[in-house]
Design a protein around this ligand. Structure first.
Ligand code: AP5
Length: 216
């Protein structure tokens, strides 16, 4: 099975993708995580992507799709996978359609429908581990020890694109470029709406129940 998690910034795509990957035992591919890794390692791609990411703009398609296709080719995705952050616009959705034509497995596009007040609260309180990238929230999912990662003791930091002005731009970019994918996948009868406003565990169970029931 192939699951695309679709939704605005802060809807919980990354949180759900990691938990789903564990529960369903399929890999998780996050274009945001891959890009941040490239920025951290100061690769050529990272240097080019950084300026767009810091402003909250989309990284140009040729850069992202090249990286995405490489990753899909190199990893063991034969039993399916979970996508978080790709596709992000119509051109990327069409590229993905072509890639999926050569693969077996049913496609589920899970749209995490989340209200703006919750998005802002989540993004402004998010902290990530500077070493392993694990995700926390100051109120909703705090670390056990003050500002230290539970998994690797790394220092927790704020993502540079989680500042207030950048959050506003990311939401505008989402509405302009990504939200139209809801209709795109609805027309293909692949779209499933789930409220992203609930607690993470509730959202996770709803997704698992949905894909388990549909897969029977
Ligand atoms: P990306 O990393 O994909 O960012 P995003 O889509 O803006 O999504 P976020 O990571 O902000 O939110 P999320 O929905 O994953 O929420 P999360 O689970 O973290 O992309 C970053 C940038 O990379 C883009 O702006 C762009 O520049 C570039 N990029 C990436 N892909 C691209 C592409 N395909 N094309 C072009 N450019 C691309 O949760 C947020 C917070 O809320 C966390 O603190 C979490 O702990 C908390 N939380 C989550 N769920 C819940 C819940 N149910 N209840 C309470 N708290 C919760």
């Amino acid at each position: 099975m192939i699951i695309i998690l679709l939704g605005p910034p802060g809807a919980g795509k990354g949180t759900q993708a990691k938990d789903l990957a564990q529960r369903l035992k399929v890999p998780h591919l996050s274009t945001g995580d891959l890009l941040r890794q490239n920025v951290k390692e100061n690769t050529q791609l990272g240097k080019l992507a950084k300026q767009f990411m810091e402003k909250g703009d989309l990284v140009p398609d040729n850069l992202v799709t090249g990286m995405f296709v490489e990753q899909i080719k190199s990893a063991d995705f034969k039993n399916g996978f979970i996508l978080d952050g790709y596709p992000r616009n119509l051109a990327q959705a069409k590229t993905l359609d072509e890639i999926l034509k050569q693969r077996k497995g049913r496609l589920y596009v899970i749209y995490l429908d989340t209200c703006e007040a919750i998005i802002i609260q989540r993004l402004s309180g998010r902290r990530i581990c500077s070493a392993c990238g694990a995700n926390y929230h100051l109120k909703n999912m705090p670390p056990k020890r003050d500002m230290l990662c539970d998994k690797c003791d790394g220092e927790l930091i704020q993502r540079t694109d989680d500042r207030e002005e950048t959050i506003k731009n990311r939401l505008a970019v989402y509405l302009k470029s990504t939200a139209s994918l809801i209709d795109y996948y609805e027309r293909q009868k692949k779209l499933y709406r789930i409220s992203g406003n609930d607690e993470a565990e509730i959202v996770l169970n709803k997704i698992i129940n949905l894909v388990s029931a549909e897969d029977k």
